[in-house]
Design a protein around this ligand. Structure first.
Ligand code: PLP
Length: 494
């Protein structure tokens, strides 16, 4: 839904302000989240006493890419580079871990914040009267439930039943009424239609406000304006003379994160590359199917995906991140990598910051580098939305499923050759205008035919000006956030 930065209901807004005051909640602006050094020093100092895992109002000021333990902010976002001994290619492949975000250890809390704050400051959401409904395949709904807790409102997570046990455990602890506030829908990762149907049923109650990340343009806005500049700062930190940011690679779920690519293409000429599971190749070939790269590959083209600006799609089998998870996060796998590729223990530990979709992005980056014959001056930055801790239970299942429970040096060698140094640049689609049109048109069936989006609104998304206008609306949103805080009147520490 395209929400404009205009107050629609003064009474609802007044109620939200009063409620926020009671909860001790002040809201960060998008500009502050993009440049956290601009967050008032008193707020940052106060954060030092607040654990990042707590549902504390000040943790809203940690929803950015520059978190340092103890509440400080770093000069650039965290990153680490995959050595050629692991990737088998000369190009510099760099991972950007998103697990430094508070409360859920995944950057999806940023999208959740953006989708709620835009309602809150325009009088569209009264935390005392409404409940926030978060349709998701796992991390976004956790982010939404965390934000709901801070605001002191009901948050309802709607997600497929087959998502990882760790996600469900987290939700059991964080939802106010787990039996009602966790809604399990049929199927797996790619069953998004079932999620929509559950939300439609819930939305019949007018007290329920559905914050659908797949069509909320605030999700686009925050990633273009907060994540995009963060990736740019990261690149500034790592670039050597003569380097070139060749591409930004990320798996698309709601297609929020990939909006950072629009910023990076404009500022640095980087290509925008989507990774998707070959078992559900919707962008690649209008395909469908079941897969286990949790968080991505949702069998449709989100309304907020700026498809006409995308440069390539790389398919990765869901077996790849499952196998890589075993390779990087078991003693046997790590021992093999240290011996065979000479990888230092410190670097190996960094893979604990890379969950399944991040590992798949790494393989997509390797394929891209191989396809384009990239050299040591070409940099590919790939996203790791969450860390390995969300998939410990999946690792045991993979050990059984692929190797009958026995994962040793021989099995590690197989994974190393198959998923890293020996992987071929298969399932790689360079987007011509015709391919972009095909993918764009595919979205028509979901959004216009099934979800009732007006054709003019759907078509407007073909023009880059449409997306630039959303990015440019950030200043107006920030004015509303500042005005909201002034009315709440808590000062800088809350
Ligand atoms: C683990 C994981 N990876 C990737 C994504 C995709 O990110 P986006 O929805 O911004 O496209 C998600 C989204 O929930 C996710 O949870």
């Amino acid at each position: 839904m395209l929400i404009l930065p205009e107050i629609v209901d003064r009474n609802v807004l007044d109620a939200a302000v009063a409620h926020a005051r009671g909860q001790g909640v002040r809201l960060p602006t998008f500009a502050q989240l993009a440049s956290p050094s601009t967050i008032p020093a008193a707020t940052r100092a106060a954060l030092g006493g607040v654990p990042a895992e707590d549902a504390h109002p000040l943790n809203l000021f940690r929803i950015h890419w520059y978190n340092e333990a103890g509440g400080g902010v770093t000069s650039a976002p965290a990153w680490f580079e995959i050595p050629s001994a692991l990737s088998g290619v000369a190009a510099r492949i760099v991972v950007m871990p998103g697990d430094g975000f508070p409360m859920i250890a995944a950057h999806k809390v940023l999208a959740a914040y953006a989708c709620l704050v835009t309602r809150l400051v325009t009088g569209r959401f009264d935390p005392a009267a409404h409940r926030a409904v978060w349709p998701s395949t796992g991390n976004y709904c956790r982010g939404g439930v965390a934000i709901s807790r801070i605001l002191g409102c009901r948050g309802v997570a709607v997600l497929p039943e087959q998502m990882s046990r760790e996600r469900y455990q987290w939700l059991e602890e964080w939802t106010l009424h787990p039996e009602e506030d966790i809604v399990r829908t049929t199927g797996s990762e790619s069953n998004v239609r079932e999620i929509y149907e559950a939300c439609d049923a819930i939305a019949r109650d007018p007290a329920s406000v559905v914050l659908n990340q797949f069509n909320e343009f605030a999700n686009y806005l925050c990633h273009r304006q907060v994540t995009g500049p963060a990736v740019q700062a990261l690149y500034g930190d790592l670039a050597r003379p003569g380097d070139n940011l060749f591409a930004f690679v990320t798996g698309t779920g709601s297609a929020g994160t990939i909006a950072a690519g629009d910023h990076l293409k404009r500022e640095l000429g980087a290509r925008i590359v989507a990774m998707e599971p070959v078992e559900c190749p919707t962008l690649l070939v209008n395909g469908y199917g079941e897969h286990n790269i949790q968080g991505i590959g949702d069998k449709h083209v989100p309304l907020i995906h700026n498809v006409m600006n995308m440069d390539a799609v790389v398919g990765v089998s869901d077996s790849v991140p499952e196998l890589m998870n075993l390779l990087f996060n078991t003693g046997e796998g790590q021992g093999f990598l240290a011996r065979r590729a000479g990888v230092e223990a410190n670097l190996l530990k960094k893979f604990s910051h890379v969950g399944l979709s991040g590992l798949a992005n790494v393989q997509a980056a390797i394929k891209l580098a191989r396809y384009h014959d990239l050299d040591e001056h070409d940099v590919i930055i790939c996203m790791a939305t969450d860390g390995a801790s969300m998939y410990a239970s999946e690792m045991e299942e993979s050990r059984q499923a692929y190797f009958g429970g026995d994962f040793g040096a021989a099995e590690a060698a197989e994974v190393f050759g198959r998923c890293l140094t020996g992987c071929e640049p298969s399932y790689l689609l360079e987007c011509t205008h015709r391919e972009r049109q095909r993918i764009f048109n595919l979205g028509y069936y979901t959004w216009v035919e099934q979800r009732g989006v007006a054709l003019a609104e759907f078509d407007a998304r073909k023009r880059q000006g449409f997306w630039d206008n959303i990015a440019d609306s950030m200043a107006e949103w920030d004015e509303l956030i500042v005005a909201f805080n002034e009315e709440v009147g808590l000062g800088e520490v809350g």
